[in-house]
Write a protein that binds this ligand. Structure first.
Ligand SMILES: Cc1ncc(COP(=O)(O)O)c(C=O)c1O
Length: 406
């Protein structure tokens, strides 16, 4: 017996999930399993595992209070530590502990927010290509509707006129901006952030700012938050809902910890109430508090992580250049999109899927076709390269064989 609601989730397993588990069941290891699958499709970071394990091992012992319930939307200690973290690492000064909700992963936080602010069919406009999880998190259960603005091109140019036209056309309730951007690794400049906030204000639409890659800006352009004090003069802060999490900058995807923050009191209260169903265990909250409280350690972690991301990206760059494959000039995040359009047998989404299947079945590498990110162009694939060098080099060696597909 299954409800109609659950039936939707069961209908079919998305190809990306199938690919993820195919790789997980037979994973590549340079010594133990050299013929296993290599997963460059899932956005996870494997570059700072030792630093994390060492620091986590120093977590102070649990006290009796950690065995029991805390506030469902996050312990006072964690929410307080998080506000200091925001001040120091995202330059967000306006958030107090009362304006924060913690949930089990950013996906949960997005679902909670979707439940809290949208009625069925309300439109969320976002810039394509988009992180494909947004479809699931906003639409599947609470039926908001994602619409796309193709205002960012594959050379890294944001076209604000197109964004304006799309707002005019779609009249969304919310503008969703992922800053820095997944899947392109694009860092919005401060003047672009300003223009986007002004645009949202002009059309009286709210902003959801997903800044989960805020401290992974390894390139020259530096991250600027939508809640940065330099935008206070626009007087639109209360209309911005801010999202962050432990999965990316901290490479702790398995911890499943996400944060919501806003100075809009009513929405924050709604989110905090719904967070009751998504509470993070007190034990995990205790560990996360220990990590984000130590600002010196966080600074070092982010520095190392950015250095390693930059190195990996450079290795990828060089090899792609040799292979004649162009890609987005990413400056942040853990991915880029590479142009494999010359390998498509024809310009169709079926041909893109055929190439995806060839890569995973024949070359045993998983990368994600642009059609899952609402890409306006066929043949672009997202590559998540935050992997140890040996794995990256093997991935690239296997990718060379794509020449045989033509
Ligand atoms: C932009 C963005 N938002 C949200 C999430 C979801 O994060 P979590 O794993 O904490 O649910 C991801 C994960 O890939 C992401 O890339």
């Amino acid at each position: 017996m299954i409800s109609n609601r659950a039936e939707i989730l069961f209908k079919e397993t998305p190809p990306l999930v199938v690919a993820h588990f195919k790789c997980a069941e037979d994973p590549y290891h340079p010594d133990n399993n050299p013929n296993g699958y290599i997963n460059f499709g899932t956005a996870e970071n494997f570059l700072v595992e030792k630093e994390l394990l060492d620091k986590i091992a120093e977590t102070p012992a649990l006290q009796a209070k950690h065995l029991h319930y805390t506030y469902p939307w996050g312990s006072p200690e964690l929410r307080q530590s998080y506000t200091s973290f925001l001040k120091k690492f995202l330059n967000i000064q306006c958030i107090g502990a009362e304006s924060v909700a913690v949930g089990c992963g950013l996906s949960s936080i997005i679902e909670i927010l979707s439940y809290s602010i949208f009625n069925e069919g309300d439109k969320v406009l976002t810039i394509s290509p988009l992180y494909n999880g947004f479809y699931h998190d906003f639409e599947t259960r609470f039926k908001a509707k994602i619409t796309l603005s193709h205002s960012l091109d594959y050379q890294g140019k944001l076209d604000l006129n197109t964004l304006r036209q799309d707002i005019e056309k779609e009249r969304p309730r919310v503008l969703l901006i992922n800053n820095p951007h997944n899947p392109l690794g694009y860092t919005y400049e401060a003047n672009e952030v300003r223009s986007i906030i002004e645009l949202a204000k002009e059309y009286e639409i709210k902003i959801i700012a997903d800044e989960v890659y805020a401290n992974s800006d390894f390139g020259e352009k530096k991250f600027t938050s939508f809640l940065d004090p330099q935008f206070e003069d626009i007087n639109y802060q209360d209309s911005i809902y801010h999202l962050y999490g432990m999965a990316k900058d901290f490479a702790l995807s398995g911890f499943k910890v996400g944060f919501f923050a806003s100075t809009d009191k009513r929405v924050t209260q709604a989110v905090q109430s719904v967070a009751y169903f998504h509470t993070v265990s007190t034990q995990t909250q205790h560990t996360v508090t220990h990590l984000i409280n130590d600002h010196q350690w966080c600074s070092q972690l982010f520095k190392k992580n950015k250095g390693r991301l930059s190195e990996s990206f450079e290795i990828l760059n060089q090899k792609l250049r040799d292979l004649g494959i162009s890609h987005f000039p990413s400056e942040s995040g853990i991915f880029t999109m590479i142009d494999l359009s010359s390998y498509l047998k024809e310009k169709t989404s079926e041909a893109e899927m055929e190439l995806f299947n060839y890569l995973i079945d024949d070359l045993k590498i998983s990368i994600t076709p642009g059609q899952f990110f609402g890409s306006s162009e066929l043949g672009y694939f997202r590559v998540c390269y935050a992997k140890p060098q040996k794995v990256l080099l093997t991935f690239l060696k296997r990718l060379e064989k794509i020449q045989e597909f033509r």
